[in-house]
Ligand binder design. Structure first.
Ligand SMILES: [Zn+2]
Ligand SMILES: [Zn+2]
Length: 254
Protein backbone atom coordinates (compact mmCIF):
# COMPACT_ATOMS: atom_id res chain seq x y z
CA UNK A 1 0.00 0.00 0.00
CA UNK A 2 1.07 3.54 -0.68
CA UNK A 3 0.21 6.39 1.65
CA UNK A 4 0.77 9.95 0.51
CA UNK A 5 1.41 12.43 3.28
CA UNK A 6 -0.59 15.52 2.32
CA UNK A 7 0.28 17.20 5.59
CA UNK A 8 1.69 15.99 8.91
CA UNK A 9 2.16 19.05 11.07
CA UNK A 10 0.61 19.63 14.49
CA UNK A 11 -0.45 23.14 13.51
CA UNK A 12 -0.77 25.49 10.58
CA UNK A 13 2.03 27.84 9.52
CA UNK A 14 3.34 28.62 6.04
CA UNK A 15 4.94 25.32 4.88
CA UNK A 16 3.45 23.42 7.84
CA UNK A 17 0.18 21.72 7.01
CA UNK A 18 -2.18 19.88 9.38
CA UNK A 19 -2.56 16.09 9.18
CA UNK A 20 -4.03 14.33 6.20
CA UNK A 21 -3.00 11.06 4.58
CA UNK A 22 -4.17 9.70 1.23
CA UNK A 23 -4.30 5.93 0.71
CA UNK A 24 -4.39 5.15 -3.02
CA UNK A 25 -6.74 7.69 -4.62
CA UNK A 26 -9.92 7.33 -2.70
CA UNK A 27 -9.30 6.82 1.03
CA UNK A 28 -8.26 9.65 3.32
CA UNK A 29 -7.28 9.71 6.99
CA UNK A 30 -7.99 13.10 8.59
CA UNK A 31 -8.57 16.19 6.51
CA UNK A 32 -6.29 18.98 7.75
CA UNK A 33 -4.64 19.23 4.32
CA UNK A 34 -7.27 17.77 2.05
CA UNK A 35 -8.65 20.67 0.07
CA UNK A 36 -5.60 22.92 0.33
CA UNK A 37 -3.25 20.30 -1.18
CA UNK A 38 -5.28 18.07 -3.52
CA UNK A 39 -6.45 19.50 -6.83
CA UNK A 40 -10.14 19.26 -7.69
CA UNK A 41 -9.71 16.10 -9.80
CA UNK A 42 -8.09 14.30 -6.87
CA UNK A 43 -10.69 15.64 -4.44
CA UNK A 44 -13.46 14.15 -6.61
CA UNK A 45 -11.84 10.70 -6.38
CA UNK A 46 -12.11 10.61 -2.58
CA UNK A 47 -14.81 8.17 -1.40
CA UNK A 48 -14.00 7.38 2.22
CA UNK A 49 -12.67 9.67 4.93
CA UNK A 50 -11.62 8.17 8.26
CA UNK A 51 -11.50 10.74 11.06
CA UNK A 52 -9.41 10.09 14.18
CA UNK A 53 -11.06 12.76 16.35
CA UNK A 54 -13.02 15.99 16.22
CA UNK A 55 -10.22 18.54 16.71
CA UNK A 56 -10.20 21.23 14.06
CA UNK A 57 -6.77 20.41 12.58
CA UNK A 58 -8.14 16.94 11.65
CA UNK A 59 -11.61 17.87 10.37
CA UNK A 60 -11.17 21.26 8.70
CA UNK A 61 -11.17 19.86 5.14
CA UNK A 62 -14.61 18.24 5.45
CA UNK A 63 -16.79 21.36 4.94
CA UNK A 64 -14.59 22.68 2.13
CA UNK A 65 -14.60 19.31 0.35
CA UNK A 66 -18.40 19.16 0.57
CA UNK A 67 -18.66 22.66 -0.87
CA UNK A 68 -16.36 21.70 -3.76
CA UNK A 69 -18.42 18.54 -4.40
CA UNK A 70 -21.65 20.52 -4.52
CA UNK A 71 -20.40 22.75 -7.30
CA UNK A 72 -18.84 19.93 -9.27
CA UNK A 73 -21.34 18.18 -11.50
CA UNK A 74 -19.53 14.83 -11.47
CA UNK A 75 -19.46 14.49 -7.73
CA UNK A 76 -20.56 11.43 -5.79
CA UNK A 77 -21.16 11.33 -2.03
CA UNK A 78 -18.35 10.78 0.42
CA UNK A 79 -18.44 8.56 3.52
CA UNK A 80 -17.17 10.17 6.71
CA UNK A 81 -16.23 7.38 9.10
CA UNK A 82 -15.30 7.52 12.78
CA UNK A 83 -15.99 6.00 16.18
CA UNK A 84 -19.47 6.96 17.52
CA UNK A 85 -18.45 9.94 19.76
CA UNK A 86 -16.43 11.44 16.90
CA UNK A 87 -19.35 11.19 14.46
CA UNK A 88 -21.61 12.63 17.15
CA UNK A 89 -19.27 15.62 17.62
CA UNK A 90 -19.20 16.26 13.86
CA UNK A 91 -22.98 16.13 13.72
CA UNK A 92 -23.37 18.39 16.76
CA UNK A 93 -20.69 21.02 16.12
CA UNK A 94 -19.50 21.00 12.50
CA UNK A 95 -22.41 19.78 10.39
CA UNK A 96 -25.31 21.39 12.23
CA UNK A 97 -25.89 24.21 9.78
CA UNK A 98 -24.63 26.99 12.06
CA UNK A 99 -21.10 27.65 10.78
CA UNK A 100 -21.41 26.05 7.33
CA UNK A 101 -24.28 24.39 5.48
CA UNK A 102 -25.28 20.94 6.73
CA UNK A 103 -23.98 18.86 3.83
CA UNK A 104 -25.39 15.65 5.31
CA UNK A 105 -28.83 16.76 4.07
CA UNK A 106 -27.77 18.54 0.89
CA UNK A 107 -27.94 16.51 -2.29
CA UNK A 108 -25.50 16.60 -5.17
CA UNK A 109 -26.05 14.99 -8.56
CA UNK A 110 -25.90 11.49 -7.03
CA UNK A 111 -27.42 11.68 -3.57
CA UNK A 112 -26.32 13.28 -0.28
CA UNK A 113 -22.86 14.78 -0.35
CA UNK A 114 -21.70 13.57 3.07
CA UNK A 115 -22.76 10.32 4.70
CA UNK A 116 -21.76 9.84 8.32
CA UNK A 117 -20.85 6.29 9.31
CA UNK A 118 -20.11 5.07 12.82
CA UNK A 119 -17.54 2.35 13.30
CA UNK A 120 -17.12 0.90 16.77
CA UNK A 121 -13.61 0.45 18.19
CA UNK A 122 -12.37 -2.97 17.09
CA UNK A 123 -14.98 -3.22 14.31
CA UNK A 124 -13.44 -3.57 10.85
CA UNK A 125 -14.53 -2.04 7.59
CA UNK A 126 -13.51 -3.71 4.35
CA UNK A 127 -12.67 -1.50 1.42
CA UNK A 128 -10.95 -3.87 -0.99
CA UNK A 129 -8.10 -4.66 -0.76
CA UNK A 130 -7.93 -3.11 2.72
CA UNK A 131 -9.37 -3.90 6.11
CA UNK A 132 -9.49 -0.82 8.32
CA UNK A 133 -10.13 -0.98 12.07
CA UNK A 134 -10.30 1.83 14.64
CA UNK A 135 -8.69 1.40 18.06
CA UNK A 136 -9.18 3.95 20.83
CA UNK A 137 -6.20 6.10 21.78
CA UNK A 138 -5.61 8.46 24.71
CA UNK A 139 -6.42 12.06 23.81
CA UNK A 140 -8.28 15.01 25.37
CA UNK A 141 -11.42 14.15 23.38
CA UNK A 142 -12.64 10.70 22.23
CA UNK A 143 -10.19 9.55 19.56
CA UNK A 144 -9.07 6.49 17.67
CA UNK A 145 -6.15 5.43 15.56
CA UNK A 146 -6.63 3.17 12.55
CA UNK A 147 -5.06 -0.15 11.69
CA UNK A 148 -4.88 -0.56 7.92
CA UNK A 149 -4.29 -4.11 6.73
CA UNK A 150 -3.65 -5.36 3.23
CA UNK A 151 -3.13 -9.11 3.46
CA UNK A 152 -0.24 -9.49 5.89
CA UNK A 153 0.99 -5.88 5.53
CA UNK A 154 -0.05 -3.52 8.30
CA UNK A 155 0.12 0.18 8.97
CA UNK A 156 -1.13 1.87 12.13
CA UNK A 157 -1.92 5.58 12.17
CA UNK A 158 -2.46 6.92 15.68
CA UNK A 159 -3.86 10.39 15.06
CA UNK A 160 -3.29 12.42 18.25
CA UNK A 161 -2.48 10.36 21.31
CA UNK A 162 -0.82 10.52 24.68
CA UNK A 163 0.70 7.49 26.42
CA UNK A 164 -1.59 4.47 26.28
CA UNK A 165 -1.29 0.85 27.36
CA UNK A 166 -4.74 -0.22 26.25
CA UNK A 167 -4.35 0.78 22.59
CA UNK A 168 -1.46 -1.60 22.04
CA UNK A 169 -3.12 -4.39 24.05
CA UNK A 170 -6.20 -4.13 21.84
CA UNK A 171 -4.23 -4.07 18.60
CA UNK A 172 -2.67 -7.30 19.83
CA UNK A 173 0.60 -8.89 18.90
CA UNK A 174 0.45 -8.22 15.21
CA UNK A 175 3.49 -7.13 13.26
CA UNK A 176 3.02 -3.47 12.36
CA UNK A 177 5.18 -2.78 9.33
CA UNK A 178 4.66 0.95 9.44
CA UNK A 179 3.71 3.04 12.46
CA UNK A 180 2.65 6.64 11.88
CA UNK A 181 2.58 8.13 15.36
CA UNK A 182 2.34 11.59 16.77
CA UNK A 183 5.10 13.46 18.60
CA UNK A 184 3.71 16.92 19.25
CA UNK A 185 5.90 18.47 21.92
CA UNK A 186 9.55 18.56 23.06
CA UNK A 187 10.79 16.60 26.09
CA UNK A 188 10.70 19.60 28.42
CA UNK A 189 6.92 19.85 27.90
CA UNK A 190 6.23 16.32 29.14
CA UNK A 191 3.68 17.44 31.74
CA UNK A 192 1.54 19.42 29.35
CA UNK A 193 1.88 16.62 26.77
CA UNK A 194 0.44 14.10 29.24
CA UNK A 195 -2.29 16.52 30.32
CA UNK A 196 -3.39 17.23 26.74
CA UNK A 197 -2.98 13.70 25.33
CA UNK A 198 0.19 14.10 23.28
CA UNK A 199 3.67 12.59 23.13
CA UNK A 200 7.21 13.93 23.41
CA UNK A 201 10.20 12.05 21.90
CA UNK A 202 10.92 10.39 25.28
CA UNK A 203 7.28 9.42 25.74
CA UNK A 204 7.32 8.10 22.17
CA UNK A 205 10.27 5.89 23.07
CA UNK A 206 8.24 4.44 25.96
CA UNK A 207 5.26 3.85 23.66
CA UNK A 208 7.43 2.03 21.13
CA UNK A 209 8.73 -0.27 23.86
CA UNK A 210 5.13 -1.37 24.58
CA UNK A 211 4.53 -2.56 21.02
CA UNK A 212 5.32 -6.21 20.38
CA UNK A 213 6.63 -7.16 17.91
CA UNK A 214 8.42 -3.86 17.38
CA UNK A 215 7.23 -1.91 14.31
CA UNK A 216 9.53 -2.16 11.28
CA UNK A 217 9.42 1.55 10.43
CA UNK A 218 8.20 4.52 12.45
CA UNK A 219 7.23 7.95 11.13
CA UNK A 220 6.78 10.66 13.75
CA UNK A 221 4.17 13.25 12.81
CA UNK A 222 2.23 16.21 14.23
CA UNK A 223 5.10 18.26 15.73
CA UNK A 224 3.89 21.70 16.78
CA UNK A 225 5.53 23.98 14.17
CA UNK A 226 7.27 26.12 16.83
CA UNK A 227 9.04 23.07 18.26
CA UNK A 228 9.70 21.07 15.10
CA UNK A 229 13.50 21.45 15.08
CA UNK A 230 13.98 20.65 18.77
CA UNK A 231 11.70 17.62 18.35
CA UNK A 232 13.77 16.51 15.35
CA UNK A 233 16.97 16.77 17.42
CA UNK A 234 15.42 14.92 20.36
CA UNK A 235 14.17 12.16 18.05
CA UNK A 236 17.68 11.78 16.59
CA UNK A 237 19.05 11.42 20.13
CA UNK A 238 16.90 8.32 20.62
CA UNK A 239 19.19 6.64 18.06
CA UNK A 240 16.47 4.48 16.62
CA UNK A 241 17.43 3.70 13.02
CA UNK A 242 13.90 2.88 11.92
CA UNK A 243 12.44 6.15 13.28
CA UNK A 244 12.30 9.55 11.61
CA UNK A 245 10.16 12.66 11.34
CA UNK A 246 7.77 12.42 8.40
CA UNK A 247 7.68 15.05 5.67
CA UNK A 248 4.75 16.69 3.90
CA UNK A 249 4.21 15.27 0.39
CA UNK A 250 6.32 12.15 0.89
CA UNK A 251 4.90 8.77 -0.09
CA UNK A 252 5.16 6.00 2.46
CA UNK A 253 5.22 2.48 1.01
CA UNK A 254 4.10 -0.29 3.32
ZN1 LIG B 1 -6.20 16.60 18.87
ZN1 LIG C 1 -4.05 17.40 16.08
Amino acid sequence: MKIKVLGCSGGEFPKHRPPSFLLDDDIVFDTGSLTNVLDIKSQLRVRHIFITHSHLDHIMGIPFLADNLLFSKKSRGVNIIGIPPVIEALRRSLLDGSIWPDFTIIHGEHGTLLNLTELKPGQSMKIAPYTITPYEVNHSVPASGYLIEEGERRCFYTGDTGPSDSTWKQVGEKQIHCLIIETSLPNRMKEIAIKTGHLTPRLLEEEISKIRPSPERIYAIHPKPLYKEIIRTELQRLKLKHLRLSRDRETIEV
